[in-house]
Write a protein that binds this ligand. Structure first.
Ligand SMILES: Nc1ncnc2c1ncn2[C@@H]1O[C@H](COP(=O)(O)OP(=O)(O)OP(=O)(O)O)[C@@H](O)[C@H]1O
Ligand SMILES: [Mg+2]
Length: 263
């Protein structure tokens, strides 16, 4: 397997569980003894907040590593409290990322280039958390990735939005044909609600095997995790709902990567 495997977690719809999935999938992989780097490419800094808390005002962050030739990715990476999981955090200078990317040479390939400077044996997986819109940062994320994973909240019908997202990815694919869809992941599922089963049925009918079999059920414990800098694996016992769901997601993720890598 080519190391590291880079995965963009994306959906231009907000609040669908992108950040929660990056945190808990990364933590799940780390539990299975994989070495993982999570990259926070969202100005909202939710991933950074969830894993290590906000950075000091003048600290360098992923935005500096992507836009400045004299700041390396390695330099801005920090350890998290979760063993085996590091983070390339987002900080104050993230607000200028889109604007600064406009004027740098090779503006769509900057993140890929930054990742290529890391020791290739250091991480097994790099998961990138993206903002809920498609801009130069998201394009950098996709171009740096072998796979993209799309969390879809089961709380509303998202078909039009998802087709639009796939169209955008296809445009990038014309020049970077190696990016593959790792799958749609249903989040915030509540099978007692008809909207939830409707979304699930339609998604599975439309995208078939591109939808993860594993789902993430709605779970208030997941809401408390960011404040405590915990993953769901620390917040719940192994029998817990979120613990079970994200471990299933992690195992299916590994199987899907293995299958696509083999093809
Ligand atoms: N399975 C779940 N059940 C209940 N709440 C959840 C679940 N997953 C995530 N949440 C909560 O829902 C909110 C949105 O989740 P999250 O921040 O992961 O979404 P996002 O897609 O990253 O949002 P944004 O687009 O703003 O970056 C958060 O408060 C999070 O704690
Ligand atoms: Mg987020």
């Amino acid at each position: 397997m080519k190391k590291p495997v880079v995965v963009s977690v994306m959906n231009h719809k907000g609040g669908v569980g992108k950040t929660a999935t990056v945190v808990n999938l990364a933590a799940g992989l780390a539990r299975l003894k994989k070495k993982v780097l999570a990259i926070d490419l969202d100005t909202q800094m939710n991933l950074t907040h969830s894993l290590i808390g906000d950075l000091p005002e003048d600290a360098q962050c992923i935005s500096d590593a992507v836009t400045r030739d004299n700041v390396s990715l390695k330099q801005i990476i920090r350890e998290t409290p979760i063993e085996g999981l590091d983070i390339a955090p987002s900080g104050e200078s993230m607000v200028n990322l889109e604007l600064e990317l406009q004027s740098v040479i090779g503006r769509e390939n900057r993140l890929k280039k930054a990742i290529s400077t890391l020791d290739s044996q250091k991480y097994d997986f790099i998961l990138i958390d993206n903002a809920p819109h498609i801009g130069l940062a998201t394009i950098n994320s996709l171009i740096a990735s072998q796979y993209f994973l799309v969390p879809v909240s089961a709380e509303y019908l998202p078909l039009v939005g998802l087709k639009y997202l796939l169209k955008n990815v296809d445009r990038i694919r014309t020049e970077h044909p190696t990016i593959q869809n790792l799958g749609f992941l249903l989040t915030m599922v509540d099978r007692r609600e008809s909207i939830s089963t409707d979304v699930e049925n339609i998604l599975r009918e439309t995208f078939e095997r591109d939808v993860f079999k594993s789902i993430v059920r709605v779970n208030t414990k997941l809401k408390a995790c960011p404040q405590r800098k915990q993953s769901i694996f620390d917040a719940e016992p192994p029998s817990g709902k979120g613990h079970t769901d994200y471990m299933n997601v992690t195992k299916e993720f590994l199987k899907r990567v293995e299958k696509l890598n083999g093809n």
